[in-house]
Design a protein around this ligand. Structure first.
Ligand code: FES
Length: 139
């Protein structure tokens, strides 16, 4: 079973979905994992309270890139407030393999960055200590 998930991760890493910068996004955010220096940017277009388009770019390990690619497919077309409420378990489930604490930070880099963008858009504060990611450098 693990092999299936590993293939799924490799597929998203080698062929990331919704990858690249976006022209004229409604809101953007950047996240950096201080453990490794990897960083990514997420751009969004929001229409009528839903995520009309999402793109990401940056550099990172296979887990961070694949998890963010999966995340973009998960959230496309969904309501902003629903996506802002996603938890770490939603990403862990999607990635599908056991993750050490270090790899968990890799897997959550995209969701944390997306949350920054969504709360920025909503004008609400990022929940304090979200998912234990508080030492991640969000911008
Ligand atoms: Fe940097 Fe995974 S090693 S995000």
């Amino acid at each position: 079973m693990d092999d299936l998930y590993r293939d799924h991760i490799l597929d998203h890493y080698k062929d990331p979905r919704n990858y690249g910068p976006m022209d004229d996004p409604d809101v953007s955010a950047e996240g950096q994992n201080p453990l490794c220096g990897d960083q990514l940017s997420i751009d969004l277009k929001v229409h009528d309270g839903t995520i009309a388009d999402i793109r990401f770019h940056g550099r990172g390990c296979a887990i961070s890139q694949a998890a963010t690619s999966m995340l973009t497919e998960m959230v496309m077309g969904r309501p902003v407030d629903e996506v802002a409420a996603l938890g770490r378990e939603d990403i862990v489930e999607e990635v599908g393999i056991p993750l050490s604490p270090v790899r968990l930070k890799c897997a959550l880099l995209g969701l944390g960055t997306l949350k920054v963008a969504l709360h920025r858009h909503l004008g609400t504060p990022l929940p304090e200590g979200w998912a234990g990611m508080d030492e991640v450098d969000w911008r």
